[in-house]
Design a protein around this ligand. Structure first.
Ligand code: KG4
Length: 289
């Protein structure tokens, strides 16, 4: 019988600390035998220890054929990538200033919605009216599928100074979320056209959305609509795998190990590790499109 790879993944990149054990099934699927995020520890504590049913109910399915279009939207990254294979990415768009998750976090702070920022903006948006404020959509009709969020955040800050009630605060949160939704819908359409120009052929086109912001219901719904319109099959990880977690680290480890892609032990630490190392650096003032 062929040996199944079993990996321990450890994730310590931001506010979460997580560990997971993932075992491949040998058919491009895997079982998550354990998946613990430090913030879940309270959940397990209630039961006096780690409960296997809580930790191990997940199963990694569909990890899908290459190439596919990926939108990575987290607190540090916002990128459109053509994923051609393991460790083979082509970046076709990126944020030129703030990441989408960062804009959610800053908006939560400005509106005093509490921590964690993104999920709280989503929660309080439900109490607001999404088209009560008109907010800017920077570089919406230019710069391909590159994104810009800084101007939107600045306008939220400006408008927050004139709010007179909680209702208005929730309206501004809802309007911000809806504006991000519109920006991502439009830019995703552009990215999908670009993907089709580069990846020809009749095979089914997949669109994968990953990163903490992919847990947002409004954004999931908006991106599903674009996928339907553009004839892409959308794939969203279950919410527990959207944000920082160690199962994805273990799974990436299994894939890389099979390709013998090992890092050197003295690898330098980079705060924002680029997926496409050849992609141009598109950040800072003075960028012209
Ligand atoms: O992928 P992730 O856990 O990695 C880091 O960047 O650390 O993404 C975290 C980001 C945060 O900015 C968080 O506010 C955002 O994802 N986020 C959300 C939601 N859940 C997490 N943003 C919008 N709506 C959500 N439901």
């Amino acid at each position: 019988m062929k040996k199944k790879l079993t990996f321990l993944g450890i994730e310590t990149s931001c506010d979460e600390t997580a560990a997971a054990i993932v075992q491949e099934n040998g058919d491009s699927t895997a079982n998550v035998l354990s998946n613990i995020v430090s913030s879940q520890i309270k959940e397990h504590k209630k039961f006096g220890g780690v409960v296997p049913e809580i930790a191990a109910r997940s199963h990694i399915e569909n990890k899908i054929s290459f190439p596919y279009l990926l939108l990575l939207v987290s607190g540090g990254h916002s990128q459109y990538l053509i994923v051609k294979g393991v460790n083979n990415y082509k970046q076709i768009g990126t944020t030129i200033d703030d990441a989408v998750g960062e804009a959610f976090d800053k908006t939560a702070k400005i509106l005093n919605l509490g921590y964690p920022g993104g999920p709280n903006v989503e929660k309080f948006s439900k109490l607001g009216i999404k088209d009560s404020f008109i907010l800017p959509q920077p570089i919406i009709n230019r710069a391909g599928c590159n994104l810009s969020l800084a101007g939107l955040k600045t306008d939220v800050l400006r408008k927050s100074k004139n709010l007179k009630s909680n209702k208005e605060r929730y309206n501004l949160a809802a309007s911000f979320q809806e504006t991000v939704n519109k920006i991502l819908k439009k830019k995703t359409e552009v990215a999908m056209k670009q993907f089709r120009n580069e990846i020809t052929g009749k095979s089914l086109k997949y669109f994968v959305v990953a990163g903490g912001v992919a847990a947002n219901e409004t954004i999931r719904k908006g991106l599903k609509e674009v996928s339907l319109k553009m004839n892409f099959k959308p794939i969203f990880p279950s919410k527990e795998f959207c944000g920082d977690n160690a199962a994805m680290i273990a799974w990436a480890g299994i894939q890389r190990c099979k390709k013998k892609l090992f890092h050197k032990k003295n690898e330098t630490v980079k705060s924002r590790w680029p997926l496409d190392v050849k992609a141009p650096f598109l950040k800072g003032p003075g960028l012209k499109f």
